[in-house]
Design a protein around this ligand. Structure first.
Ligand code: HEM
Length: 407
């Protein structure tokens, strides 16, 4: 088997995860609606979160309580992420830090992820990667957009942002996949985590010595009040970028493409007016968020939505449910890029709100624009075997078979 086929073969692991954990769930939304009405803060006595087994878990289904808990980061701490994933991501990972440490850390990396900081990557990196992938599909008149486009795209963008040499790309993608499927195969995930650090170590040392114009150099030299990021913090951040920046983006792009290809009138509207793409991206992540839930731990005895929550309990805001709350979003199960703009929780909320949202929006906008420009008459393959979105932890289509006019 060639190395490329080998990497593509590994893809099935990323999808096997959801199936192993939750089964092939196509539509979780009717159940969420029932819980929002009957048990909006639901107590489950035995958590199965790694490291938290046996403690109570509270699942929060309504928008208001989910937002309230995400904004109250003193009562609801992110440290639970360290106990669950610290081994794979590193003990100094910002996702698992609380204030004030988290704020200091975030300030050091935030500039590189601002709209301004990213603007110059649009043509020289993001569009180049998208065009490369489209070049390979365009002569064929048909493609599976997940395998040939949405999956490889964000990993290659991140590799480019980090300034990794192109010849290392396949290795990098393999380690990414192993890290992404850590929950399914912890041993392999941990090995990849260690290998990644060993891979990054000489690169970081070289960039500290002689900074270039890439993300690793920016992290190496970032300074606030004379303080810099330690090596371990940088390695943790670099490992976090894979699950946080690849998994979510490829799934969101797949969900949006599926929604648009299944709603021809809205796709046509976008074909004619590309200024509609930003609102389509927000509607896409609202309608089917790539990550249905996130997790916190209660730091003291507290109450949420009238329900007592004992100190030490895991608390899980169900973002996908909050985004389908009828009182906030009319006809919430319908994908409608023309609905009135209202914030949703797909990007999280509060101090840990997604750091990569501008990059994700840039990647998705560029991808939709170029796919529509370069694959005329893009449509779902009518003979394909029932493409659909699925998953109860992560959600996306596993395949998107499409047809288009050959270039
Ligand atoms: C559509 C795509 C994306 C979605 C829906 C998404 C969603 C989220 C969510 C829900 C959180 C909050 C987690 C929590 O509070 O526990 C988060 C945090 C984060 N995301 Fe994203 N994300 C996306 C893309 C990206 C990209 C492209 C990157 C970077 C390359 C990225 C980097 C991060 C980081 C570093 C954090 C942690 C922020 C912190 O702890 O302060 N994300 N994301």
């Amino acid at each position: 088997m060639s190395e490329v086929e080998d990497v593509v073969d590994d893809l099935s692991d990323a999808w096997a995860f959801d199936e192993a954990v939750t089964g092939n769930v196509r539509d979780p939304y009717p159940e969420f609606e029932r819980f929002r009405a009957e048990e909006p803060v639901q107590r489950i006595d035995l958590s199965v979160m790694p490291g938290e087994e046996g403690k109570p878990l509270f699942v929060v289904y309504r928008f208001e309580e989910a937002q309230q808990l995400l904004r109250d980061n003193e009562t609801f701490s992110s440290s639970i992420i360290l106990s669950a994933y610290g081994e794979a991501l590193g003990k100094r990972v910002m996702l698992g830090m609380d204030e004030p440490e988290h704020g200091r850390h975030r300030a050091l990396v935030a500039k590189a992820f601002s709209q301004k900081g990213l603007a110059r990557f649009q043509d020289e990196l993001v569009a180049r990667v998208a065009n490369d992938l489209i070049d390979k599909m365009a002569p064929n008149g048909k493609a599976n957009l997940v395998k040939e486009f949405t999956f490889p795209y964000p990993t290659r963008v991140i590799a480019g942002l980090l300034g990794l040499p192109e010849e290392d790309f396949l290795r990098f993608q393999k380690w990414s996949l192993a890290l992404l499927s850590y929950a399914l195969n912890p041993e392999r995930g941990l090995e990849a985590s260690k290998t990644l650090v060993e891979y990054y170590r000489p690169i970081l040392a070289a960039r500290r010595e002689d900074p270039r114009d890439d993300l690793i150099s920016r992290l190496a030299v970032a300074e606030i009040d004379g303080e810099r990021l330690e090596d371990e913090e940088i390695f943790s951040f670099l490992r976090l970028l894979l699950p946080a920046g690849v998994e979510t983006t490829y799934r969101s792009l797949g969900n949006l493409l599926f929604a648009l290809l299944s709603n021809e009138d809205q796709l046509d509207a976008i074909r004619k007016d590309r200024d509609l793409i930003p609102q389509a991206i927000e509607e896409g992540v609202r309608w089917d968020a790539p990550l249905l839930s996130i997790i916190r731990v209660a730091t003291c005895d507290t109450e949420l939505g009238g329900v007592h929550i004992p100190e030490g309990s895991s608390v899980m805001p169900m973002l996908g449910s909050a985004n389908h709350q009828g009182e906030r979003f009319d006809d919430p199960d319908t994908f409608d890029i023309f609905r009135p703009a209202k914030s949703n929780l797909a990007w999280g909320n509060g101090t840990h709100v997604c750091l990569g949202m501008h990059l994700a929006r840039l990647e998705i906008r560029t991808a939709i624009n170029l796919l529509l420009d370069r694959l005329p008459n893009l449509r779902l393959d009518p003979d394909a075997d029932d493409p659909h979105i699925r998953g109860q932890v992560f959600r996306s289509p596993t395949a998107l078979p499409v047809l288009f006019d050959k270039a």
